[in-house]
Structures are given as C-alpha cells and as structure tokens.
Design a protein around this ligand. Structure first.
Ligand code: NAD
Length: 344
C-alpha cells in the first residue's frame, strides 16, 4: 500500500490523553487523515476511540513503537506529515516496581520513531519542515518547594524512573533537532484529568473506590501538591503548539489549579455526595469523605509540581477554559455513567 495523501501519525492514541486528543482533533479538522499506532497495553483501549473508529480517514494500527520494522514500514507506506507522540508507560508507581518497560517504550520507542521519521523525511527533503511533537510532563523538572514554578528553562532533575525515562526521551528529541535540524517541539504539561483516564490514576481511583464504598487511599499526609489540567484544555494547547509552536522550543502547559491531594479528594467526594447520595446512604456514611484513609507514602514522592506557562499564553494565545470545579463535575459524571452501564 502506498498512500501519498498526507497523514498525521499519532502514537499512544488509545490511552487517556491520546484518545481525547484524537477525538478533539478529528472533530476540529474533519478532513485530516490520521493514523494511530498503539500497542494496547493494559492502559490502552479501543473503546476510548468509539467516536472516531468508523471514520474513513482514521486508521488504527495495533503495534509497538519499539518495533523498528513496523515503524519504518509506516513511514514508507504512508506520507507522514507529522508525528504527535503520546505513547508511553505513564504510571509512576509501576516504574518504581519495575522500570524496564519505561526505558523500552519511553526511551527506545521515542528513538525508534525519531530515527524512522528522520530517514523518511530526509529522503523527501522535508526534514526541517515536518514536525515531531513530543508529549512530555512537568515531572521531568523534579520537585518544588512551597514557592516558585518550573519554567521551560528549569534544568531537568527527574526523581523517579518514569520521569527519568521521559526526560531521557526529551533529550533525544532535542538532540535530533540540534544535530539533524529536525523540526521538533516539546510540550510539558501538569497532571491531566478528565474522561477515559485509567482507573489506576488518582482521580479515577477516588471515584471508583467511592462508588464501591471502599476505603479511598491517599499517600502519606496527603499534602503533595499537583496542578490539575482538564484534558480538553491540554488538547487545545497541543493543537496550537503543533501548528504554530517554534521549532526546538519547549512549551509548559498548566491548569492553574494547584491542590494538595487531600483537598482534591475532598472536592471529588463532595461532588459525589451530591451526585450519588443513595450510595453513601446505603453504605451508612455521612459523606464519601469518611472513606478516605492515609497509606504509606510512595517512594521518592515529589512534593510539589507547578509550571509557569506564560510563554504558551503570551506567544500562542492559549489559556485553560475549564475551572477545576466544572471539570471535576464533568469528569465525575462521565465515570458515574460508565459505572452505571456496568452495573445495569
Ligand atoms: P496512558 O497510559 O493512558 O496511555 C498511554 C498509551 O500508550 C496507551 O494506550 C498504551 O497502550 C500506549 N503505549 C504504551 N507503550 C507503547 C508502545 N511501546 N507502543 C505503542 N503504544 C504504547 O497515558 P496518558 O496519561 O494518556 O499519557 C499520554 C502521554 O502524556 C504520555 O507520554 C505521558 O507521559 C504524557 N503526560 C501525561 C500526563 C497525565 O497526567 N496523564 C501529564 C503529562 C504528560
């Protein structure tokens, strides 16, 4: 097959952010030819793509980005106009247990894609034009004290194997930009939340434990601070950076919603108290807050993350549109609907 129509290659599009991005992007640009390569690990699901799976200009490839031959074939069989690279092992706790898959998918996988893109685009004389967009995280910068924010110039100081693998991937991406002149760009966002996030992550865990009236585990003293970004706001930022961001630049993307984990858990519980009072009544509790329990802290648990995203706001005119309160309501309603479908 040799399809010369330009196609955007998205990696990891069956996961949380990737699937929200593809759904958003194909609605906004209905004529885009889009190829999604995803290995469908425990974290990915084709169900996340139900809104696009039947579109004729959408194609799914079940594959591993570390598979050199497969990735090369994609670049030779399709006219890949750009890459938006989400695919990664993404859960810090799993990287603490065993980091091998993180090094393989996040570091080697990124290198494999860059190498194939470089080869294909160089041959077409388009190496400096076609975009490679790396999706990264604020975790690469390390941990903050009570004050200050990470800027794009903050040196990388990753503290766990997940963030170390993401920082390594970013370094390789930058090196292809500096050495070979590739048109690379990096986005480092804060913690995302929204529909379709895997149940192992903090907000889905709080919701699923509450809905099944089980104790809600919060690490340590609950005072670790994260800045929460609604996933669709993230997608809008990525759209701007993919189309208009400057080559070799990094753009931080924040939500402007710093919360301690315990504050966040209380907010989620209070929304659930309003939304599904019959469950808490059946469990004979006054509020889902009563289910919160503190557990042994995560090893190397970074205390605070917060990004300064002035550059993105001032140069590309982006700002988040969702308040934490409305974003949480929307998210929780989505999880409750999923949960109702399973139990009925
Ligand atoms: P996710 O775990 O929900 O999804 C990752 C997807 O990548 C899954 O569908 C999985 O099957 C796929 N994948 C993993 N290894 C692969 C491989 N070797 N080949 C092909 N596909 C593979 O993750 P997410 O939360 O959607 O995160 C997406 C990206 O955004 C990641 O790069 C992550 O580091 C970054 N990020 C996430 C957050 C967040 O809060 N979730 C914040 C900042 C940055």
């Amino acid at each position: 097959m040799n399809n010369q129509k330009q196609s955007l290659l998205v990696t990891g599009g069956a996961g949380f952010i990737g699937s929200n991005f593809i759904t958003y992007f194909m609605k906004k640009y209905p004529n885009t030819q889009l190829i999604n390569i995803d290995k469908l690990t425990y974290a990915g699901s084709k169900k996340n793509l139900s809104e696009v799976e039947n579109l004729i200009n959408y194609q799914f490839i079940n594959g591993d980005i570390t598979d050199e031959n497969l990735v090369k074939d994609i670049f030779s069989n399709f006219n890949i106009s750009g890459v938006i690279h989400f695919a990664a092992e993404s859960h810090v706790d799993r990287s603490i247990e065993d980091a091998k898959a993180f090094v393989e998918s996040n570091v080697l996988g990124t290198f494999t894609l860059l190498q194939a893109a470089k080869y294909a685009w160089e041959k077409k004389g388009l190496l400096t034009e076609r975009r490679f967009h790396q999706i990264s995280t604020d975790e690469v910068y390390g941990s903050l004290g009570e004050k200050g924010k990470f800027s794009e110039e903050t040196p990388y100081d990753p503290r766990n194997p997940y963030s170390a693998s993401k920082a390594s991937a970013n370094m390789i991406v930058k090196s292809f930009g500096y050495t070979h002149g590739m048109n690379v760009v990096i986005c480092s966002s804060s913690n995302n939340y929204g529909p379709r996030q895997h149940s192992e992550k903090l907000i889905p865990t709080i919701i699923s434990k509450a809905l099944s009236a089980q104790s809600i585990p919060i690490y340590g003293d609950g005072n670790n601070i994260r800045d929460w970004l609604y996933v669709e706001d993230h997608c809008r930022a990525l759209d701007k950076v993919y189309h208009h961001g400057n080559k070799l630049e990094t753009y931080n993307i924040g939500g402007g919603n710093e919360k301690t984990n315990i504050e966040l858990a209380h907010e989620v519980c209070e929304i659930l108290d309003q939304l599904v009072p019959e469950i808490k009544d059946k469990a004979s509790i006054k509020s889902f807050n009563d289910l919160i329990t503190f557990t042994e802290d995560r090893l190397g648990h970074d205390r605070r993350y917060a990004v300064d995203d002035t550059k993105l706001r001032q140069t590309l005119g982006w700002k988040p549109s969702m308040t934490l309160d409305s974003g949480l309501k929307k998210t929780i309603e989505w999880y409750v609907r999923q949960w109702e479908q399973v139990i009925h």
